[in-house]
Design a protein around this ligand. Structure first.
Ligand SMILES: C[S@@+](CC[C@H](N)C(=O)[O-])C[C@H]1O[C@@H](n2cnc3c(N)ncnc32)[C@H](O)[C@@H]1O
Length: 365
């Protein structure tokens, strides 16, 4: 069968997000669609962890895939472009009707991703999605519709909206999360002093590609951790071989200090500065997002740190506006330094009322 994903007509955009952030997720998708002169309407599914935007016109998959990029979105965990809805899936055989509907795409797939939204209410659906993985893979392989080695082929996202209902969409590997539901499953390292370590581990995994991380983070580098106590983030960096200056007036866990890689400095993270530049700055201080953004931009734009990863605690309302304000503040500081920058913002699985950012200066021109 010839791959024809470019001409698959998609009718809706489907996205997964943290339950409670459907408004922000839909808001940023609608803004992107507007920017590309694509009209659509989204249904309200409060606290469902999923967003669907029905497009007024149908559009080719490749066009949508180029127009809406996951990396530019903050609140979207998983993204795909829908071409079929199925209702009436029966307990005894969900695989056959899904196979028939998937054939409408006219292309084989590089992966099949049965998914459900996040959240307590959706747990049975997520379990059902996991159970469907192996039978779907077997059936699609048998009908030559699954070609895992041909990674340029689109992936098939099957979002279970209910036990009997599924939305079928396409995504490209480069424009979708590699993890089902957009959630990387990370194991808590037994030696870390706090679960916060998982947030930094997820940030490194999600905000940078494997190649970028390998090039940018190496043993022997120096890092500063502002608001470090009790030390989950410092431990994560030390565990990767970095020497860390942990700045916090609070106590650091003895486990972290015992690594011999972490020096504790009791100081105010807003005024403390290193004697020479460092490779990495991380910051988890609980403060106004605008204040943190200005501080991070200043460290990176002035060359005190080459790269930064930081958390922005969001207000309850106007979260999208707050994010835009932070982007503007960072942009202004880099404009003063006449330097371009790379800013990536994402609400991670381990983030609650917050988002995590990666910031680096990049060569101009
Ligand atoms: C959410 S906790 C950090 C958790 C840490 N990332 C971990 O992995 O264990 C926030 C920390 O920021 C510190 N903090 C808040 N304001 C600060 C400031 N102005 N200077 C230094 N530390 C500050 C607090 O003392 C607290 O320990």
């Amino acid at each position: 069968m010839t791959p024809q994903s470019g001409i698959v007509e998609c009718r809706f955009v489907m996205a997964l997000c943290r339950p409670g952030f459907e408004g922000e997720c839909a808001g940023e998708l609608i803004a992107r669609l507007d920017h590309c002169a694509i009209d659509g309407r989204h249904g309200a599914f409060p606290r469902s962890g999923q967003v669907r935007i029905d497009l007024d016109n149908i559009h080719p998959f490749d066009f949508l895939d180029r127009a809406i990029r996951l990396a530019a979105l903050t609140f979207v965990r998983q993204l795909s472009f829908g071409f079929a809805d199925i209702d009436g899936l029966a307990d005894k055989d969900r695989v056959s009707p899904l196979l028939v509907a998937a054939r409408k795409a006219g292309t084989p797939f590089s992966a099949i991703l049965p998914e459900a939204a996040d959240g307590t209410a959706q747990r049975p659906l997520a379990a059902l999605a996991r159970r469907l993985q192996a039978p779907l893979d077997r059936a699609f392989e048998k009908h030559h519709l699954l070609r895992p080695r041909r990674t340029q082929l689109p992936r098939l996202n099957i979002l279970l909206a209910a036990p009997e209902r599924a939305w079928l969409g396409l995504s490209s590997a480069a424009n979708g999360s590699p993890w089902p539901m957009g959630i990387p499953r990370l194991r808590m390292p037994s030696r870390s002093p706090s679960r916060a370590t998982l947030k930094l581990a997820e940030a490194l995994l999600t905000l940078l590609t494997t190649a970028e991380l390998e090039a940018a983070m190496r043993p022997g580098q120096r890092a500063v951790d502002l608001g470090a106590a009790p030390g989950g983030w410092s431990w994560q960096l030390a565990n990767r071989g970095l020497r860390v200056t942990a700045v916090d007036n609070g106590a650091m866990s003895p486990q972290v200090l015992a690594t011999g890689m972490v020096e504790h400095v009791r100081a105010d993270g807003f005024t403390w500065r290193p004697a020479t530049g460092v490779d990495w700055l991380v910051c988890d201080m609980v403060e106004q997002p605008a204040r943190i953004s200005r501080l991070m931009a200043d460290w990176v734009a002035s060359g005190r740190a080459r790269r930064a990863i930081f958390n922005l605690k969001l207000p309850m309302k106007k979260r999208l506006a707050e994010i835009e304000n932070c982007r503007r503040l960072i942009g202004r500081r880099f404009a003063q330094a006449s330097t371009d920058f790379d800013l990536r913002l994402r609400q991670l699985y381990h983030d609650r009322e917050e988002v995590t950012a990666y910031l680096a200066a990049c060569p101009s021109g």
